[in-house]
Design a protein around this ligand. Structure first.
Ligand code: 8X3
Length: 296
């Protein structure tokens, strides 16, 4: 462990202890006020921070839900696939964390409204992670349907969920919106037109939102991962072609894994609230740039 990582670990532990002390004080305050205020209808003060994570059924989303629960967040894990989501929530509970599963399709107004209704009170953290890639065709021949899906889920999904949850984030007095975009939101590559266009769009949403919320108690953090080996990202991109998906990571000694990105998200989200990590770009050591990957 380097000096820097030791220092960060110690700082993190101290920040955590302070957060727990504050949370404990809130519980005591709520507890002592409870008897005399039993007839009042004041909203419950959350004794623990709460987080919503979209796309939480697998990959970076599932790892982030697990990690935030371990950090002391009450997690609302949202995704379309409830069987996988239930497994993530069960894992969190088995590890002593608190989480609930909410079925949510970020491309549906109605579904996102149901997600917002499931948030019990002030919300500390929203992680807009739902997204994905489809295809690797040139612009000349790319499928309009694939482009549309990528724009819907990556860009409009982020906007829709953020719009729905901003009131609860603001009510917390110290909210955080994380947008999980990609290095594909910063640079383009051949065959990546639909995905890079969508990720550039998602990045633009994060940057615009930060400007618009300036002066209000909600910070906006953009996370841009490069090559991350998950069970589904490339398999989904290539519509189940396992050989093509495996070739993406072939010979790469240590691609990032979902837990690496979850670690970055958790670190950013647990800084003191006045510290706004605008953008965190993270790649494996073997990937010096989008086009420069060491294999072998
Ligand atoms: C994933 C990064 O390189 O596949 O968001 O576009 S890349």
């Amino acid at each position: 462990m380097t000096f820097v990582s030791v220092a960060l670990t110690v700082a993190h532990a101290v920040a955590h202890a302070v957060a727990h002390a504050v949370a404990h004080a809130e519980v005591i305050a709520v507890g002592s006020a409870m008897v005399q205020d039993a007839v009042m209808t004041a909203p419950a003060i959350p004794s623990r921070p709460t987080a919503v994570v979209t796309g939480a059924s697998s990959g970076i989303g599932a790892a982030t839900a697990r990690r935030l629960a371990a950090e002391g967040f009450d997690v609302i894990a949202a995704a379309r696939r409830t069987d996988q989501l239930d497994a993530v929530v069960a894992d969190i509970a088995a590890d002593g964390g608190t989480a609930q599963a909410v079925r949510c399709d970020v491309t549906s107004d109605e579904s996102v409204a149901q997600l917002a209704a499931a948030v019990p009170g002030p919300l500390t953290l929203l992680v807009n992670n739902a997204g994905g890639a489809l295809g690797l065709d040139p612009v000349e021949t790319g499928s309009i349907d694939e482009w549309r899906w990528m724009y819907e889920v990556n860009v409009l999904g982020t906007v829709r969920v953020t719009q729905a949850l901003l009131p609860a984030l603001e009510r917390s007095g110290a909210g955080t919106v994380v947008v999980v975009s990609s290095t594909a939101g910063l640079i383009v590559y051949e065959g990546g037109g639909g995905y890079t266009a969508a990720k550039h769009g998602q990045t633009a949403v994060a940057e615009t939102l930060r400007l618009e919320l300036c002066g209000r108690p909600v910070r906006v953090i953009e996370i841009d991962p490069g090559m991350v080996k998950t069970d589904e990202f490339s398999l989904h991109r290539f519509r189940g072609d396992a050989a093509r998906a495996a070739a993406v990571y072939e010979g790469v000694r240590e691609p990032l894994v979902a837990e690496d990105v979850a670690d970055c998200i958790a670190w950013c989200a647990t800084r003191p609230h006045h510290v706004n990590v605008d953008r965190l770009v993270v790649r494996p050591l073997a990937q010096a740039a989008q086009h420069k990957v060491h294999r072998g």
